[in-house]
Design a protein around this ligand. Structure first.
Ligand code: FE2
Ligand code: FE2
Length: 196
């Protein structure tokens, strides 16, 4: 009896494998969600760094460090701007909200000090980095190029995360609370921007 059961299990596993092999194209609705949410996230990221630079000034020491990250975010958003058109994806309807919320988050943390601004970077980039990692697993071989792009951006985001840590993020007053609140905010924004 037990032996029979085992055999059936093996058979069904084989079946699953064949299905996976024949389905090498990425589901269009998943692709749409990925591009929409990444475009929204990169837009938000540019606004966060805009807000921080507005407070610290472009020529301050910390301003220059932030500008380096902001320049990379600019590259990221430009790529997703192109992808929206190329893949005919509707951008999120909430761009005006992320515009204001991103800037407010950046300026607000910068007003709390350099370390708090860096804590904001650590939290945001951690969530985005993890999100980019997950997405690579959702893309099939027909989207190899996009997978490569996302892998490159993931690397950039993790570099930003580490820059935050190197600049004393963890020494910010209320580091744990700041990062938890921002992480929760980012995850919520991601969930909303996929759909709306
Ligand atoms: Fe980015
Ligand atoms: Fe980033």
């Amino acid at each position: 009896m037990a032996l029979k059961k085992k055999k059936t299990k093996k058979k069904s596993l084989k079946k699953k494998k064949t299905i996976k092999q024949s389905a090498a194209s990425t589901d269009k609705s998943i692709l749409d969600q990925i591009i929409r949410v990444d475009h929204a996230g990169e837009f938000g990221a540019t606004r966060i760094y805009d807000g921080q630079i507005a407070i610290f000034g472009r020529n301050s020491k910390i301003g220059k460090t932030i500008q380096h990250m902001a320049d990379q975010e600019q590259e990221h958003i430009e790529k997703f701007n192109e992808l929206l058109i190329e893949k005919r994806v509707r951008p999120t309807a909430l761009l005006p909200l992320w515009n204001v919320a991103g800037f407010a988050l950046g300026a607000g943390t910068a007003l709390m000090g350099e370390k708090a601004a860096m804590a904001c970077t650590v939290a945001v980039e951690k969530v985005i980095g993890e999100h980019y990692r997950e997405q690579q697993g959702l893309l099939e071989d027909d989207e190899k190029e996009l997978r490569k792009t996302i892998a490159k951006f993931e690397k950039d985001e993790l570099e930003h995360h580490d820059i935050g840590l190197e600049h004393g993020a963890e020494k910010a007053h209320g580091y744990k609370v700041i990062t938890k609140v921002i992480e929760f905010g980012c995850k919520t924004a991601i969930a909303i921007s996929k759909k709306i």
